[in-house]
Write a protein that binds this ligand. Structure first.
Ligand SMILES: Nc1ncnc2c1ncn2[C@@H]1O[C@H](COP(=O)(O)OP(=O)(O)O)[C@@H](O)[C@H]1O
Ligand SMILES: [Mg+2]
Length: 343
């Protein structure tokens, strides 16, 4: 139906740039490629340029220069086609509080041109799927934050897009709400081989949910790859081996295990640097047994994305370093909606 070389990325950008008002260099030339079917995370602190990037990829904002191709279509040349094909869940809430959940989905289906005969079935299916079936005929303004986000996710995929864009979709949700939201995204991805591009400033979300991530800071990608690769680049894992009694022989045999980069000693424990600590633990234990040295314990520590961010930007990643202007506007809007009576 849609001939596209198998090797082509679902999303490909080259030197994408956005300069606001000729002066604010929000995105300074980002290039990346997202393989079809993967979840690609754009991780960065507030103001890094995440929303600006998503807006360019989804044809909501014109790039200053560079190219973006989504699902084989050049976004700058065919913005209308891209808009019809993709699904988007924006950072700010887009559900209409004065419509019911079902009406919101019917509206989205109409906007995306879902054939009339299919609307009913799809909407019902999605309402069940997102566990808002019981609330389907209640006004969306009565929904909890998590329900609302699930409704917005449903609205973003009502036309079964192959590519889904999520801009900080879990912002403001509690950990349970976040986990729930991700459960649906990952299920959908598996069932429909959907490609998902997601921005977040939650480290653990990027780490746990994404196949690949790009760390963006001040409008530029400072590191990208699979989360485990990025951590490996820091020099790998640390396996700490605690022998019952200090043993120079143990140190020697451990250093000879293939994959062990170095062995240090600290407070009677041996600290092994290695690229894949988990896989080495059995070899470490049998080496100790072979050397006749009893062990009190073996533990593995993987470097976290915090350390990756620190390594590539020279400063610490702080999730709570304050809210961006956009975040604040979103939150003020939600509070007003909730407590201000009529919308
Ligand atoms: N419409 C705009 N006009 C001028 N500057 C903007 C506009 N939107 C965003 N910016 C600036 O561009 C930078 C990136 O913003 P944004 O893409 O919203 O970052 P993020 O989504 O990562 O928090 C910030 O410095 C922000 O203040
Ligand atoms: Mg943003």
């Amino acid at each position: 139906m849609d001939p596209r070389p198998a090797s082509a990325g679902a999303i490909v950008t080259r030197d994408l740039v956005k300069t606001y008002n000729g002066t604010v260099r929000a995105v300074r030339g980002v290039s990346f490629e997202v393989p079809p079917g993967e979840v690609y995370g754009f991780l960065g602190p507030n103001g890094a340029g995440k929303t600006t990037t998503v807006s360019m990829l989804t044809a909501g904002l014109e790039a200053t220069s560079g190219t973006a191709v989504v699902d084989g279509i050049d976004v700058r040349k065919n913005p209308a086609t891209v808009k019809r094909r993709i699904g988007v869940v924006f950072q700010e809430s887009t559900a209409d509080g004065d419509l019911t959940g079902r009406e919101n989905l019917e509206l989205a289906a109409a906007l995306y041109g879902v054939p009339r005969s299919e609307v009913r079935g799809r909407v019902d299916g999605l309402l069940e799927r997102m566990q808002i079936g019981d609330a389907a005929d209640r006004l969306a303004k009565t929904y909890s934050g998590g329900m609302r986000r699930r409704l917005e996710l449903a609205a973003g995929i009502v036309h079964a897009p192959r590519t889904l864009f999520l801009d900080e979709p879990t912002l403001g949700l509690d950990p349970q709400g976040r986990a729930g939201f991700w459960k649906y995204v990952l299920e959908l991805r598996h069932e429909h081989q959907m490609t998902v591009f997601v921005t977040t400033h939650y480290l653990e979300e990027a780490d746990g949910m994404c196949d690949q991530i790009a760390i963006i800071d001040h409008g530029a990608i400072v590191a990208s790859g699979r989360p485990s690769e990025l951590k490996d680049r820091l020099g790998g894992d640390i396996v700490t081996v605690r022998p019952v009694a200090s043993s120079p022989a143990l140190r020697e045999v451990l250093a000879k295990i293939p994959g062990v980069v170095s062995v240090g000693e600290q407070d009677g424990s041996l600290r092994l640097k290695c690229s894949n600590g988990e896989a080495l633990i059995p070899a470490i234990v049998s080496a100790a047994v072979g050397a006749g040295v009893g062990l009190q314990g073996v533990s593995l520590k993987r470097p976290s994305l915090d350390e990756v961010f620190l390594e590539f930007t020279g400063r610490e990643f702080r999730e709570d370093e304050g809210f961006s202007a956009t975040d604040r506007a979103v939150m003020v809007g939600r509070v007003r909606e909730r407590f201000g009576g009529r919308r």
